[in-house]
Design a protein. Structure first.
Length: 98
C-alpha cells in the first residue's frame, strides 16, 4: 500500500447490524486514492464480497493483520469508484434513485 489509511473504522464495539452501513458510508466519503483502515473482531471476508458485488473495480483490499483477536484491512477507493457510484442505485437497490 502506497500510503497510510486516512480513516480508522473500528467496528468491534458497534452493533453488527450497524457495521456495514457505517463502513460503506465511510467508504463513500473517501476520495480516489484515499484509504480507510477497518478493524474487526473476525475476518471481514463477507464484506469483501459485498464490496465486490456492489462496487466492482472501485476498491482495493489489503489485509494488514489477520487475527486471531483483530483483523485489520486497508480498503482504498480507486478511480473506478466514481464510475461505480453513478452506475447504479444505492446499497440494496431499495431507493428511488432520487
Amino acid at each position: 500500500m502506497a500510503q497510510a489509511p486516512s480513516f480508522l473504522v473500528d467496528v468491534r464495539t458497534i452493533a453488527p447490524r450497524e457495521r456495514h452501513p457505517l463502513i460503506f458510508s465511510t467508504f463513500r466519503g473517501l476520495k480516489p486514492g484515499q484509504a480507510m483502515e477497518l478493524v474487526n473482531d473476525h475476518d471481514p471476508r463477507p464484506l469483501y464480497y459485498q464490496f465486490a458485488a456492489e462496487i466492482p473495480g472501485a476498491f482495493t483490499w489489503e489485509y494488514l493483520e489477520q487475527g486471531p483477536e483483530a483483523w485489520r484491512v486497508a480498503i482504498t477507493r480507486t478511480a473506478g469508484a466514481a464510475a461505480a457510484a453513478t452506475a447504479g442505485s444505492c446499497c440494496g437497490g431499495g431507493c428511488s434513485g432520487a
